[in-house]
Design a protein around this ligand. Structure first.
Ligand code: IMP
Length: 461
């Protein structure tokens, strides 16, 4: 049966409507783990679809609903809202095993997953991508003199989920496998055969340097055997989400884009090379979903009241001391995806201002304010000193960022009544001053303040 086509007039009306409201985004303004999952969960009921447009199972969105914690890596957090469609769009790299595990886990907890669809253009993270991720991390650590190699020992510190190699194959084209290819045996076989030949040659040549041997190699047949049952189960969910999304917007439906990872990890605009491999800001939405930028309305930029980073790379305000440890424990700052302890630092407004500009943030969501409770004095980085020069702009070179010394503004600490505050007026005066400083220095209004993990612990400004 043919889908009815909207008229030209309907197109125009829908465009105006969508550009103004109803086609919005939630994106991270720091180094990830800002609490985007909670924001999406709060607002998802207002939307007809929640869409992932970038990244893969490297992301970890944790949401607490009625005291139950859900950790999602690939399925948009909007699946927890009872009616929204959950869409994994073309810019995502899909690990089929992870998606199926999430579907099974959610279904077992009573969540209806029939609303999940996956783009046929999304690329598939193949088992050899994870091996390649490991090999590259170990080689990088090896050339840098790391003792044992691997994450944290001189590599980028990736999540090991095969993200970079999968995006690289997408750019290489000949070995990039798309979700739609899983249902095309001839195409799949050709791509997998070439991929295995190339990747196994690299393992054979370089693997022994870092202790990786033939046991890490995949034969084409083993890959095809791995793919077949996954393709069969996911097949009915795979479709052209570009038309689906644009048709929804034309019909006046509301769509929310859920960013994964965060602006400082953006492949083009982040702290390269210590970044992920996708376009993590709202700039990634058009290419990662097929929805043109003119249709985007509000962009909610999510930030923590302090800074964290997982993996390697500069974090100018890092606190490797008792303060950092205290924030880590109170904020449960351990990776949702890898369990790694997150590096912790004072709030860096140079970074947040940069990201807010890049994302075109129309409002800020300040998360985890309660975690700072009980610290006598708070430092907020408002500028950097780079080689004796003060700047409020983020340096594009990693070397400059590495030697940037934060210039702090000191604020009084706050305690008591933060977690129970439900309006801005309920917050202690120093906590309000902290939020005001953010708003003033970033130049974007604060629309939401989160004071605890539960839905109720939220202040809408
Ligand atoms: P990859 O995305 O696994 O290649 O990892 C590249 C870098 O991005 C590493 O430093 C990761 O720790 C970091 N990263 C990727 N995704 C996230 C995320 O969702 N939150 C925080 N860090 C992330």
């Amino acid at each position: 049966m043919m889908t009815p086509q909207p008229t030209a007039a309907a197109h125009r009306n829908a465009r105006t409507l969508a550009g103004a409201e109803g086609c919005d985004a939630v994106v991270g303004l720091q180094w990830g783990d800002e609490g985007k999952g909670k924001v999406v969960d709060l607002i998802a009921p207002k939307y007809d679809a929640v869409v992932r447009f970038n990244g893969g199972a490297n992301a970890g969105h944790s949401v607490v609903v009625k005291g139950e914690r859900y950790a999602l890596h690939l399925i948009p957090s909007g699946i927890l809202s009872p009616t929204a469609r959950a869409i994994i769009a073309s810019g995502v790299v899909v690990d089929p095993e992870v998606v199926l595990k999430e579907i099974d886990g959610l279904t077992a907890r009573g969540v209806d997953c029939s609303r999940l669809v996956i783009s046929e253009r999304a690329h598939v993270v193949m088992p050899y991508h994870k091996v390649e991720d490991e090999l590259r991390e170990k080689l990088l650590a090896h050339v840098r003199g790391g003792a044992s190699g691997g994450a944290g020992a001189g590599g980028i510190g990736t999540t090991g989920r095969g993200i970079g190699p999968c995006y690289a194959d997408k750019a290489q084209r000949s070995t990039g496998v798309r979700m739609g290819d899983l249902a095309r045996p001839g195409v799949l076989k050709e791509k997998v055969e070439l991929a295995c030949e190339l990747k196994n040659a690299v393992i054979a040549a370089l693997g022994p340097k870092v202790g990786l041997g033939p046991e890490k190699m995949w034969t084409p047949q083993a890959v095809l055997d791995w793919a077949a049952p996954l393709a069969q189960r996911l097949g009915p969910r795979v479709q052209d989400t570009m038309y689906l999304l644009n048709d929804m917007i034309d019909a006046g439906k509301r769509v929310l884009f859920e960013g994964a990872n965060a602006a400082m990890l953006d492949v083009d605009h982040g702290t390269h090379p210590y970044v992920t491999s996708s376009s993590t800001t709202s700039l990634g939405i058009p290419s990662g979903s097929g929805v043109p930028c003119a249709r985007l309305g509000r962009v909610m930029g999510v930030m923590k009241a302090y800074s964290t980073r997982v993996g390697n790379g500069p974090l100018p305000t890092e606190q490797v001391n008792a303060i950092g440890q205290r924030i880590r424990e109170r904020g449960r700052e351990y990776g949702t995806t890898t369990g790694r302890p997150r590096r912790v630092g004072w709030l860096d407004l140079v970074a947040v201002r940069y990201s807010a500009m890049l994302c075109g943030a129309t409002s800020l969501c300040v998360m985890l304010l309660d975690v700072l409770e009980g610290i006598d004095e708070l430092n907020v980085c408002v500028a950097y000193d780079v080689g004796g020069e003060r700047t409020e702009r983020l340096p594009s070179s990693i070397e400059d960022l590495e030697r940037a010394v934060p210039v702090y503004e000191r604020l009084a600490g706050f305690s008591g009544a933060v977690g129970s505050a439900r309006t801005i007026a309920d917050l202690p005066a120093p906590a309000r001053a902290y939020v005001d400083l953010i708003q003033e220095r970033v130049g974007v209004p604060v629309g939401l303040v989160s004071v605890g993990p539960d839905r109720e612990q939220t202040i809408l400004v």
